[in-house]
Ligand binder design. Structure first.
Ligand SMILES: [Zn+2]
Length: 138
């Protein structure tokens, strides 16, 4: 087992074959460069660890190294926010989830626009039928 300390280093206790145990310090250069502690892997970055809603989105992200991204996350529901370093696979998954969310939003918007147009057309038809619309209205 290893635990990060305040300097972003990992200390691991290793028991040697002789029975003597030593502490091995692991440096995490990526995290030190980025100025943040390595964040434990989260499978789903879009799920808020505070309120469990699936609304978390990236405020900004940038390459932290060849294999990792530094991402500032924010939950609009509870205002949870965190700067973390995540591997490429995790960020790719997050990106796909965000794309799905965008598609769902566009679908909802189209439905809403269509529903509004239908309602407007029905009102217009009802007004025409009631002779409430006259040529001088145009
Ligand atoms: Zn939240």
């Amino acid at each position: 087992m290893s635990l990060p300390n305040d300097n972003g280093q990992y200390v691991r206790r290793v028991v040697l074959p002789s029975g003597r145990s030593i502490e091995v310090v692991y440096f995490e250069p990526l995290a030190i460069e980025a100025g943040v502690k390595p964040t434990p892997l989260l499978d789903d970055l879009h799920i808020c660890p505070e309120c469990d809603r699936d609304l978390v989105y990236p405020v900004e992200w940038q390459e932290a190294s060849v294999t990792h991204w530094e991402v500032l996350l924010r939950c609009p529901n509870c205002e949870w926010s965190e700067l973390g370093v995540y591997d490429q696979a995790t960020v790719d998954r997050f990106d796909e989830t965000l794309d799905d969310g965008t598609e769902a939003l566009v679908r909802d918007l189209r439905r809403l626009v269509q529903a509004n147009m239908e309602e407007e057309a029905q009102r217009f038809a009802a007004a025409l039928a009631a002779d409430a619309i006259l040529p001088e209205d145009f």
